[in-house]
Design a binder for this molecule. Sequence first.
Ligand code: C2E
Ligand code: MG
Ligand code: MG
Ligand code: MG
Length: 294
Amino acid sequence: YQAKEGGGNVAAYDSTRDAASTDQLALLAELREALEVDDQLVLALQPAVDLATGAPTGVEALIRWRHPRRGWLSPVEFIRPVENSEQLGTFTRYVLDKALAVAAGWAREGLDIPISVNLSARSLLDPRLPGEIADALRRHQVPAHRLVLEITETVVMSELEIIDEVLATLRSMGVQLAVDDFGTGFSSLTFLTRIAVDELKVDRSFVIRMAESPEAAAIVRTTVGLAHELGLRVVAEGVETAEQRLALAELGCTAAQGYHFFKPMPADKIGAVLGTLLDRARPNVFPLRADGAS
Ligand code: C2E
Ligand code: MG
Ligand code: MG
Ligand code: MG
């Protein structure tokens, strides 16, 4: 930090960076432990809801690190170094395994709700990934369509072929794909012509600015229209206010996620929340036909 204020003090800048990378190395060593010891890396779960009925449309798994000394770490504090390390594969398998264990619990309770898992673009470069996901689905006895993989559009051009093949294999297995942070990548629209996806997630940055920025509102409206035209689901991210919720509904958006509805919550809370949402959304009227055989 000093280096920036001092205006180009190269030595100071380098030592700051060294300190930062030493810290990252320590973090990665600690992550290796965390992946072996249980309950340091935990999933927070955040439902997305149907704007018309309030019914849950899915639940996103968001990783948190309960670090023994550093306290709770958010993914923005450790995902980048993990992505650039050889631990990415282990980390990805860990998250998928935890998420599918949660989904298996829902399946046992008869809840038909998909779970969304965020994948680092780099993990899509590993051709073993689809096989590993198939194994995990089988192990947890979760049907493939209950798993949604969230991916961002930002991938390096030279690697497109491998990634496309991995994604096509996953899709042929029945796993669903969602484009996360839609509209913020470099190749948003081209991406859709290369890969068949099931869902678009409108980035929070557009939702936040909708009210005061006609451009942001137009991007939301256009994304919603595009999704409808392509037969895809669309979910608005980061909805924090009732005004945003109403504006989204007016723009034709059908589902949303954000603090206005639920903050990410611990796994032991989610079951009860989903139960309540489903009960409330169930039309509490008489059966459609008088004989009850609707
Ligand atoms: P994302 O997938 O776009 O997830 C949405 C982020 O916005 C989450 O932050 C969530 O907690 C936060 N959020 C949800 N609703 C609101 C809201 O109303 N207002 C605000 N201000 N924020 C909201 P989080 O959990 O810190 O995750 C950040 C990013 O880290 C995620 O962005 C995702 O890209 C990445 N990530 C999270 N978990 C994993 C994981 O298991 N694997 C990988 N590779 N990446 C992950
Ligand atoms: Mg996501
Ligand atoms: Mg997102
Ligand atoms: Mg986002």
